[in-house]
Design a binder for this molecule. Structure first.
Ligand code: PLV
Length: 322
């Protein structure tokens, strides 16, 4: 039997968020995973298939996929090289070192770091771990929805599931999980920040779009092109996927409100999903008829993220309020 690196996370009812949207809001607390985010689910599964014949793993990441890969590699006794762009914070680099990983900094955004990781796969014979574009990652992430179904109990069904989108791996996993649960009528609300909006740009254009640059502070949402499978979900009609944007200010304000009300600190990438509740977006989508007026319980994937501490929070406040 395969080892699991991830934990079953709690599904918490948020009284304050429920009050805001007028329907029960449940938080899937992926911040509580080892390595600080949902990424451990898919990466744990993928690494087990990859590492037996390799000299180690190499993962390109904005931070959290790398932390998951470094954690799993350490548990498996395999060396990990994590390639991050210069936009990743020193905080993340330190946390990667703490996991025993070798850290390389390459380029300005994740796409540059990924090119370097693919090069190292060739030159150093390392097993390449992608952060979001792989069926095994989606299969691993799909376990989130299986756990939600078990926690909600028989007969209960979410009114919608809220996810943040970077490269689209979480979205594909949640979509897979909804299909597995027979919940194809449950809409996914996919949130990105302005300036890290490759999924929204693709949905609007009706084709994959590569952004010129990542200008959002939500660096872990900063892939320039969303994975093809995520785009296909938005087009195929298998499920309803609603793509919406929030500003960096809204994401940051969501991080602060979440800290105050739920006593949990998450990074900007996660703040994007939380902002859908705090900014009034849910109500607006109901008013527009894009979500039903009588909405079932909302499930928010609290994807987590390690690229945050009090110092980073203060820094972001100064930067975004300026
Ligand atoms: N972060 C990826 C991609 O970065 C990474 O390398 O860690 N929430 C958090 C906290 C994340 O770290 C990420 C992805 C997401 C959400 C979005 O997940 P995705 O990429 O599967 O859509 C460039």
């Amino acid at each position: 039997m395969a080892t699991h690196f991830h934990l079953d996370t709690p599904l918490l009812e948020s009284v304050s968020m429920s009050k805001r949207v007028g329907t029960p809001v449940y938080l899937k607390m992926e911040n509580a995973q080892p390595s600080g985010s949902f990424k451990i689910r898919g990466i744990g599964l993928l690494c087990q298939q990859l590492t037996s014949q390799s000299k180690g793993v190499v993962c390109s990441s904005g931070g959290n996929a790398g932390l998951a890969a470094a954690y799993v590699a350490r548990k498996m006794g395999v060396p990990a090289t994590i390639v991050v762009p210069s936009s990743s914070s020193q905080l993340v680099v330190q946390r990667l070192w703490d996991q025993g990983a070798t850290v390389k900094i390459a380029g300005k955004v994740w796409d540059d770091a990924n090119a370097e990781a693919l090069r190292l796969q060739e030159t150093d014979g390392l097993a390449y771990v992608p952060p979001f574009d792989h069926p095994l990652l989606w299969q691993g992430h799909a376990s989130i929805i299986a756990e939600v179904a078990a926690s909600l109990g028989p007969g209960a069904k979410p009114g919608a599931v809220l996810v943040s989108v970077g490269g689209g791996g979480l979205l594909c996993g949640v979509a897979q999980g909804l299909k597995d649960a027979g919940w194809t009528d449950v809409p996914i609300l996919a949130l990105e920040t302005v300036g890290a909006d490759c999924f929204n740009a693709a949905v609007k254009a009706g084709r994959l779009v590569t952004l010129d640059d990542i200008t959002s502070e939500a660096k872990c949402l900063g892939a320039k092109t969303v994975c093809r499978r995520a785009f296909e979900y938005s087009q195929s009609g298998e499920l309803t996927v609603i793509s919406e944007l929030v500003t960096d200010q809204q994401a940051l304000s969501a991080v602060e409100t979440f800290l105050d009300e739920e006593r949990v600190l998450v990074e900007m990438a996660c703040g994007a999903a939380l902002a859908a509740v705090y900014s009034g977006l849910i109500r607006r989508l109901q008013d527009e008829g894009r979500l039903p007026a009588l909405l079932g319980p909302l499930v928010v994937i609290v994807c987590g993220g390690s690229s945050i501490d009090m110092e980073q929070l203060t820094h972001l406040k100064h930067k975004l309020q300026a």
